[in-house]
Write a protein that binds this ligand. Structure first.
Ligand SMILES: [Fe+2]
Length: 354
């Protein structure tokens, strides 16, 4: 045990003998050296827990010895031996890591007391350092585990996001297919929703609308007449004028479409755009009679795109649609009443690309 081994490095044979005598009788194994050179050699050989060093040793700089011993083992306890006039030397050595000092002439009880105290301090520091090392190792291991866990969470989140996206995509494809089928009942073609989507996108880009909003508006365009699922074919395809009841039944489609989409909360403002695509700028539209800027922008844009495509396409009550120019004039005529004039302005700039 290092705690039981003591080394004394002192030129003075009597000092060495005194310490050896005091500590040997109390169970310590004591080695002595009367030169620093021999002392350092014994230090390597016996790995002593406590070393007494004479600060007046002649063959080496005492600071050097303290540094050397501490360099070999930081835990080694050092007690400096000096005369009272060597106080400065003692202070310097204490700063380098020595545990304590004794002034000569030595008193046997003081030697034992300081040796025991220095070794207790050594044990305490050594235990503390072991505990600290343990904590550091545990911290390191926790950090590694955290990193691993973080990577796994990141991976799982990516997989979940991908699954969510796939699911959302599948939903959208299914609903759009349904909306197209419904469109076809009325327009005898699958292209109405696609046309409205394309026109609305061109108008929105012309108005510098944010891209994420344009994407939502495009989804709304694809789904805008989904609510016509509940309207009978005989009404949708009626060649003559509709009765009030029939018109009222058709007018319900925008709200019904929104109700059908309501459970799909990932659609966000898409549902609002669908619900209000028949509102009018002057507040005379349906279902809520919203007015001006109170109508979602996407719905105001879609309204122009939808009306234009409806006008230039064949309808149950007319085999051929209006000429493009007539339809454009009609849109212009209704700017500021049915339609948002800013949307009409943008429409007029891009209609050649339709
Ligand atoms: Fe509609």
């Amino acid at each position: 045990m290092e705690d039981e081994k003591v080394l004394v490095i002192d030129n003075d044979e009597a000092v060495c003998a005194l310490i050896k005598n005091v500590l040997s009788t109390r169970g310590f194994i004591v080695h002595v050296a009367q030169t620093a050179k021999v002392g350092l050699h014994l230090c390597d050989e016996h790995r002593c827990g406590l070393i007494f060093i004479d600060l007046n040793i002649r063959d080496f700089d005492p600071y050097y010895i303290v540094r050397e011993i501490k360099g070999r083992s930081e835990a080694t306890a050092i007690i400096l031996l000096s005369y009272p006039d060597g106080a400065n030397l003692v202070q310097e050595s204490l700063n380098l890591g020595a545990a304590d000092y004794l002034y000569k002439p030595l008193k046997p009880e003081e030697v034992f007391f300081k040796a025991r105290h220095a070794l207790e301090l050594r044990r305490f520091l050594s235990n503390n350092s072991k505990a600290l090392k343990g904590v550091e190792e545990r911290n390191l291991s926790l950090q590694k585990q955290n990193l691993l866990l973080g990577r796994r969470i990141e991976e799982s989140t990516k997989n979940l996001s991908k699954l969510y996206e796939d699911l959302r995509e599948t939903y959208m494809r299914t609903i759009k297919a349904l909306a197209h089928a419904i469109d076809a009942r009325e327009h005898h073609t699958y292209s109405h929703s696609d046309n409205v989507t394309r026109y609305a996108e061109l108008i929105a880009r012309q108005m510098n609308v944010e891209m994420s909003y344009i994407e939502n508006m495009k989804d709304a365009c694809q789904l805008h007449d989904l609510g016509k699922i509940g309207v009978q074919d005989s009404v949708l395809s009626k060649p003559g004028t509709l009765t009030h009841e029939e018109y009222d039944a058709i007018k319900l489609h925008s709200e019904k479409g929104a109700q059908i989409l309501e459970p799909l909360n990932f659609l966000g403002n898409v549902i609002d755009i669908v619900k209000h695509h028949h509102e009018r700028w002057d507040g005379k539209g349906y279902p809520d009679g919203l007015k001006g800027d109170g109508i979602p922008l996407g719905a105001r844009i879609m309204s122009v795109a939808d009306s234009f495509d409806a006008m230039v396409s064949p309808r149950p009550y007319r085999k051929v649609g209006l000429a493009r120019q007539e339809a454009i004039e009609e849109i212009k005529r209704n700017s500021g009443t049915q339609f948002d004039s800013k949307v009409v302005e943008a429409f007029l700039k891009v209609v050649d690309q339709f």
